[in-house]
Design a protein around this ligand. Structure first.
Ligand code: 8BR
Ligand code: ZN
Ligand code: ZN
Length: 338
């Protein structure tokens, strides 16, 4: 691979070269060093690293233009922004490479490209509001997608449109129609799997597939595992260092509380975790770890045993939140008496 020709700023390239498949790479640092272009540089680096240009038969400048378009579509939400997209793509790469999903699933270049693209685009155009809010407020997106996985339908839909409406950014242009259909189906499947409404039912099925005598991670079960790799990367904050995890948590709750303020104003029901006067951030994280993140990564461990050493971060981070429950309780009490 020749990374020099990509025109990635030196310090960003050094960071990616050293840590591109590291769970602890700091996405905020990478974004800052990149002047906000971290998502673009990451994708250029990974396309070069895995030689993904050969899948699409396109020049690096088309890839650059495409991900610049993708990056521009991310709004500056507290949580669902371009740094989250970069973080998820990076975590997918960690599972692919460091945790050996490429070998275990016998992924070819096309599969690798699909996983990384899905990670990069999976929250494109996110309005900083949840599906429940969009449905309850009769938002145009809910009307368009009939209240079904509203955002998760919207994100890939927009990302295929930006390719076909910007000729110089069309990474799909040189594909045969058959190959395009397969890539499209795979990417859409992975983005749809990030809808938390599907989490419990899909996880149950994947758990039973992983334990089945005819489990085939490189065959009939591959797409299902690719879906889980993207979904688990999306909820992977609690597996990271507490310092980075805490920043994400403050961001996701800031976004939820802004939604709760809107719901209060509009007389809509205030969604779960969205009430800034009653939500204890630390308690919410204990529940999130136990009921969402642990079961998700236990399933991942069933086919990616190399993830094992990272699982203990969940208990370490839980202990940190446990220590903070009282502090946040006090904070809530002091707002309530004001
Ligand atoms: P989305 O990214 O699609 O919103 O899915 C993640 C869901 O997990 C959020 O909707 C939120 O309910 C929950 N969540 C919580 Br609680 N804490 C989170 C965290 N620290 N990072 C990501 N998601 C979190
Ligand atoms: Zn999402
Ligand atoms: Zn996401």
């Amino acid at each position: 691979a020749n990374f020099q020709k990509l025109n990635i700023p030196k310090r960003v390239l050094e960071l990616l070269d050293k840590q591109h498949d590291d769970l602890y790479i700091d996405p905020f640092e990478c974004d800052k060093l990149s002047g906000g272009e971290g998502l673009v540089y990451l994708m250029l680096f990974l396309f070069e690293n895995y030689n993904l240009y050969d899948v699409f038969l396109i020049k690096p400048k088309v890839v650059r233009s495409y991900f610049e378009e993708v990056m521009r579509g991310y709004q500056d939400n507290p949580y669902h922004n371009r740094v989250h997209a970069q973080d998820v793509a990076q975590t997918c790469n960690f599972l692919l490479n460091r945790c050996k999903f490429i070998e275990i699933g016998q992924l070819d270049e096309q599969d690798i490209a699909c996983v990384l693209i899905a990670g990069a685009i999976h929250d494109y155009g996110h309005p900083g509001l949840t599906n429940a809010f969009l449905i309850n407020s009769k938002n145009d997106l809910a009307l368009t997608y009939n209240d079904q996985s509203v955002l998760e339908m919207f994100h890939p839909s927009q990302c295929f449109k930006i390719a076909w409406t910007n000729q110089k950014a069309n990474i799909f242009e040189s594909l045969t129609f058959q190959k395009y259909r397969r890539i499209r189906e795979s990417i859409i499947s992975m983005v749809l799997s990030t809808d938390m409404a599907h989490h419990a039912s899909e996880l149950a099925i994947t758990n039973s597939r992983v334990a089945a005598p005819d489990f085939e991670p490189y065959g009939k079960d591959k797409q299902r595992l690719m879906d889980l790799v993207v979904h688990s990367s999306d909820v992977s904050n609690p597996t990271k260092s507490f310092e980075i995890y805490k920043q994400w948590t403050e961001r996701v709750l800031t976004e939820f509380w802004l939604q709760g303020d809107k719901e209060r104003e509009l007389g809509l029901p205030i969604s779960y975790l969205c009430n800034r006067y009653t939500t204890n951030m630390a308690e919410a994280q204990l529940g999130f770890i136990d009921y969402v993140v642990k079961p998700t990564f236990s399933c991942v461990l069933g086919f990616l045993p190399a993830f094992e050493p990272y699982l203990e971060n969940l208990d370490k981070n839980k202990a940190k939140w446990q220590e903070l429950v009282g502090y946040y309780k006090q904070q809530l009490a002091s707002i309530q008496t004001q």
